[in-house]
Design a protein around this ligand. Structure first.
Ligand SMILES: *Cc1c(COP(=O)(O)O)cnc(C)c1O
Length: 425
């Protein structure tokens, strides 16, 4: 029965049986993921209860947004989930890069230095910081930048970090997920070690974690182990596939207040910013996020197991513990990268018939190919794949609102590689 459906969706018998055999070995790992999802579901539910979420939270709010009840309650829920003093969760925060840019610009002043302790940060932050010159970058405001590279094995250079902290180093940034790099993503326990080292040198350092793609993958979040600012995008994990836009910043009251004054205006801060009619999707998305993240993670594990056995390096590898929902597969050639993306696109519920092409994307320094047929444009908690057209032609696969969809996407990606004679089963 199932085979017939897969055949209808374009898969050949050898691809179906190859993938089905692999899935049978993954049962125990999937059970562990379900356990984390169950814990996080209860954590989110408790946060709703403690904030007394009610139907009034979903009401439309317009204009200045004074006393926007839904928005204020949602921010309480986020603070409860992340165990922080405060939260800023807004549709006016347009994306993850904006949220990170906001957290940086709001908490740094001219003369301060930002230190990235996890190597070169995510591509789009290069212009924010001014590593690549840009209008309005931190560099233009005389905020300097330094970085400590990861060691060759991908671990933190703790001694190097201690040495790099200067008298004017005001903030340390840690990126949890690998982004477009082939290095491991960090577990919250590893992030705790770095935070402790930084605090041993400078107790009052502002520590910010780029939490993109990491939310709900583990039992704890960076905010549980001492981060002052934890930042992410709502069209990734915590939006649960329902939030149509937005970003969040959670952390210390003092740091969040700075962010609010920068987002709106000094003096206005959190008091303004109408939530219009997006609150229901923000609440409901957060409510679903733990199980959606679990589906995405299972899809990623399935992908690693399928492609590693065919001789493609995978990060994380097929057996490793996961710290985010991203799976990179080193495809070794532009042809394979493009075929993979074609397979993911062909599996989408929306725009399945279009062919993804490489293009010059704002904020990135090489061409990028992206496959996504999402309900929310650009959403990467939905099944999607992307990768820069440069060595080693790694694809970054993520998302899947349901595991069954993610699984089919991977099978279809393999089918394209088989069709193009890049892979022989
Ligand atoms: C996606 C991502 C960002 C940027 O988020 P956008 O919403 O795409 O702007 C920043 N850091 C990391 C690690 C990411 O994965």
């Amino acid at each position: 029965m199932l085979t017939t459906k897969y055949r209808e969706l374009g898969l050949l018998p050898e691809v179906i049986s190859y993938c089905t055999d692999i899935e049978k070995e993954l049962k125990e790992r999937f059970e562990k993921i379900d356990q984390v999802a169950e814990y996080n579901q209860l954590k989110v539910l408790k946060a709703f209860h403690d904030a007394k979420v009610n139907t009034q939270c979903f009401d439309y709010a317009s204009g200045y947004g004074y006393d926007d009840y839904g928005r204020d309650t949602l921010e309480k829920v986020y603070a409860n989930v992340f165990h922080t003093e405060a939260a800023l969760v807004r549709p006016q925060i347009t994306c993850g890069t904006h949220a990170l840019s906001l957290a940086l610009a709001a908490n740094l002043r001219p003369g301060d230095e930002l230190l990235s302790v996890s190597g070169r940060p995510y591509d789009t932050l290069e212009e924010v910081i001014g590593i690549r010159p840009s209008k309005g970058s931190l560099a233009e405001y005389n905020i300097t930048y330094d970085e400590v590279l990861l060691r060759p094995d991908g671990s933190f250079d703790l001694e190097g970090i201690k040495k790099a902290i200067k008298p004017n180093t005001r903030m340390c940034a840690i990126q949890r997920s690998k982004g477009y790099a082939t290095r491991p993503s960090f577990g919250v326990d590893t992030i705790k070690e770095v935070i402790d080292v930084i605090r041993s040198v400078r107790e009052d350092m502002i520590i910010m974690v780029d939490n993109c793609y990491g939310e709900f993958v583990e039992l704890m979040e960076p905010s549980d182990v001492g981060a002052d600012l934890t930042v992410g995008s709502l069209i990734k994990n915590p939006g649960g596939g329902l939030a149509p836009m937005g970003g969040y910043i959670v952390g210390k009251e003092e740091c969040i207040e700075q962010c609010a004054f920068r987002l709106t205006a000094p003096g206005l801060g959190r008091e303004v910013g109408a939530s219009l009619d997006v609150m229901k999707s923000f609440f409901q998305g957060l409510f679903l996020a733990p199980t959606v993240v679990a589906s995405a993670e299972k899809s990623a594990i399935f992908a690693a197991n399928v492609f590693e056995r065919l001789g493609f390096d995978c990060v994380p590898d097929s057996k490793e513990d996961r710290h985010d929902i991203i799976q990179s597969v080193v495809l070794k050639s532009p042809e394979a990268l493009i075929a993979f993306c074609r397979g993911i696109q062909g599996a989408a519920p929306v725009d399945s018939y279009v062919t993804p092409m490489p293009w010059d994307m704002p904020g990135y320094d090489s061409q990028v190919i992206m496959a996504a047929g999402a309900f929310i444009q650009g959403s990467s908690i939905e099944l999607s794949a992307d990768g820069p057209l440069r060595e080693p032609y790694a694809v970054y696969f993520q998302g899947g609102l349901t595991y069954y969809h993610g699984k089919y996407g991977i099978m279809n990606a393999l089918q394209q590689l088989v069709n193009d004679k890049i892979v022989n089963l």
